[in-house]
Design a protein. Structure first.
Length: 350
């Protein structure tokens, strides 16, 4: 690992090491008070965030390091038209680690091309969110003992839900995982994510009650309002699925209910006192998991960046891809966009 663009950038050994580190920090947080003294985290959030940004910043402060950045791009030179490339070249020279959240798919991958410090993808549009996956996996392992051999139901916005994309791809690397996909047809899991989850036993179940009855973990997500171009369509789909206490009465006694948060009605507050509700523990573990990740990234040997060659390739047609707003980015060869992973279609006559 040099950057964390998606969870699958981590090798099996790196994941094991991160988990051990997570356990050690959870046991003896005081031992790490000065572990990153003198190091800095750049926190670049081009899109709203509560947990991810604040838990990363708290993680760095708890390790004795410093934090700078912005949570509102309108307050930075981005509002003057500065490119992502220029921002990253400069900021990565000020920091030991750069966390980036951006509304465009593939933004973190693009930033990594120019960054002289490790880049952590803190969410790139509706694409990936690997540190939420790290949070999810440490929660599952801590509360269940292991990640493999489990049945997980994922429910809600599987189309735009970046936490779901990263989580399923990560779970595909463990043995014996089956996933039940619960969504409206309009919000089904994209083909490019399905194709990268070959080792996962995927089934679809439109009935939440039926899905909840047959899984070990239920991962709820909110419908991602900010990704819709049609407000009426969002209104129509937003509460297609609600995990009610009544559904839970029939669900397994040892079910684990997870949610990356924020929620928008799909888990009513009445569920919070159910002993199976683990989403607030999950958010708490996210802080410790990010401390473990920062320790790892800050111990990497320094590297130099080589300006990428512009080269040939095909322009990506996905309107949500980072290449749409940062046109200097080298185009991708092969069949899929290297940034957002959408299939590349050669325009007619080329
Ligand atoms: C998620 C995100 O930003 O993708 N939140 C988070 O990081 N915990 C989920 C969401 O916004 O729905």
């Amino acid at each position: 690992m040099r950057h964390l663009i998606d969870f699958t950038d981590l090798s099996e050994q790196e994941w094991q090491r991160l988990y051990r580190r997570f356990e050690e920090i959870a046991e003896r947080p005081g031992d790490y008070r000065d572990a990153l003294r003198g190091q800095t985290l750049a926190s670049l959030f081009y899109e709203p965030s509560t947990r991810t940004r604040l838990s990363f910043e708290a993680a760095m402060l708890k390790l004795g390091g410093g934090v700078f950045g912005f949570s509102d791009p309108a307050a930075s030179s981005v509002s003057k038209g500065e490119t992502l490339k220029d921002t990253i070249i400069m900021i990565s020279g000020y920091a030991n680690v750069v966390t980036l959240r951006h509304p465009k798919e593939g933004a973190a991958m693009a930033a990594a091309l120019y960054s002289s410090a490790p880049v952590v993808n803190a969410g790139d549009g509706g694409h990936n969110h690997p540190t939420q996956t790290l949070t999810d996996l440490v929660t599952i392992r801590r509360l269940r003992g292991s990640v493999g051999n489990l049945r997980i139901g994922v429910c809600g916005d599987l189309k735009y839900g970046r936490t779901v994309h990263s989580l399923l791809r990560a779970l595909a690397r463990f043995e014996g995982v089956s996933a039940v996909l619960v969504s409206a047809p309009e919000l089904a899991l994209p083909g490019y994510v399905k194709r990268s989850c070959k080792n996962l036993n995927l089934t679809e179940e439109p009935d939440l009650r039926a899905a909840a009855g047959g899984v070990d973990i239920l991962y709820m997500t909110r419908v991602q309002r900010e990704r819709f171009t049609d407000a009426a369509e969002y209104e129509r789909l937003k509460l297609r699925y609600t995990l009610t206490p009544e559904i839970l009465r029939e669900a397994p006694k040892d079910l684990l209910i997870l949610h990356p948060l924020p929620r928008a009605g799909e888990i009513p507050e009445a569920v919070d006192n159910d002993p199976r509700a683990a989403y607030f523990d999950q958010a708490r573990y996210g802080l410790t998991a990010r401390m473990a990740l920062l320790l790892e990234l800050c111990s990497l040997p320094p590297f130099t960046v080589k300006e990428p060659e512009p080269g040939g390739g095909t322009a990506c047609g996905n309107p949500r891809c980072i290449t749409q707003t940062e046109p200097y980015l080298p185009a991708s060869g092969g069949g899929v966009c290297r940034y957002c992973e959408h299939p590349l279609v050669t325009p007619p006559g080329v």
